[in-house]
Design a protein around this ligand. Sequence first.
Ligand SMILES: [Zn+2]
Ligand SMILES: [Zn+2]
Length: 379
Amino acid sequence: MPLLQRLRDELEAPPQGRRFGQGWISGTLGVVLGAATLGGVLCLRYPSLLTTPEIRAAIDVPTFRIVLMAALVLAFVLGGVSAALRQNKLLGFTAMAFVLVATALGGSGAHAQGETPGSLYFGLDWFFLNLILSGIVFLPLERAFGRTPQAVFRPEWREDLLYFFLSSVLVQSLTFLTFAPSKALLAHTDWDALRTWVRDLPLAVQVPAIMFLTDLVQYWVHRVFHQVPFLWRFHAIHHSAPILDWIAGSRMHVMEIVCLRALTVMPTMLLGFHESAVQIYLVVVYLYATWLHANLRFDVEWIKPILATPRFHHWHHGLGKEAIDVNFAIHFPVLDRVFGTYHMPKGRWPSGYGVDSHRVPSGFVAQFLDPFRRKQQES
Ligand SMILES: [Zn+2]
Ligand SMILES: [Zn+2]
């Protein structure tokens, strides 16, 4: 679509067109905030369909309405500032259009549209919460401590944002598929004494224990995904990201997400860790995975041998012979040392990122189908 293409060109404007005072910053912030307000209004109108029960229970709706009202005004003002400053009015007008549509749908006063609550829902609220919170943390960090200068809207940002969007909105089915195998096993194991003992351990012991057990399973599942050709077709999608930043780690085939998570949660579930410890771990692993992929030059000397740093995982994504099948752990590099896959050449980073064994197509749909297609070609 020409309009979408023009919008994309504006977001990906060259550095000389993104400087302060040229209306790019206000326009981009306006578009993102405008889209978020529209999402917020849709969540108010269709809460059972578009929001997750946990977030719904935790959010105070009157406060949310005030925040939404402020966001609507701010997005509109940002759009206006951009339209005034920038020669190309598209960013500014798009931001304002989002606000107008959001307002037409009821704005911050929108009410639920008499929907019949069903059991299926999409985590639209989770997507926006996720995007805004991760963005607030990682975008300024990458600007201040970026290893390589790269734009927020760098090549293939749309693909990675789509992966991020889908893994957030499909939260219900992904959570179900992740926990279903463990729950089935749980019903057939009788380890009550052990589980009570684990459950009563201090949280400060439980959380690192979950991190270690999960990483141990993750290490081997991950390694198998690299070494079994049929599985590598799925995992190669994750490795196809040409540029690493805070959102690039979201690129993962849905089959892999389900297999990896279902297997890695097993020890945690079977050993009966306390729900609070599991919840803390889920936040930790989420932030940790984002940090590992982020474009950050942090590589603190004393922490390197103990905890995985961005440079450690960037080598896992590196191009070239030395980067093949190294650094599988996501928390504890000691696992790679023990199993002989540790690779951290002093002070160096990989020359580039991607897959050199075969070509992964670009675009979400092509990547989704690719692992299945390859099978047909070979058989
Ligand atoms: Zn990998
Ligand atoms: Zn990765």
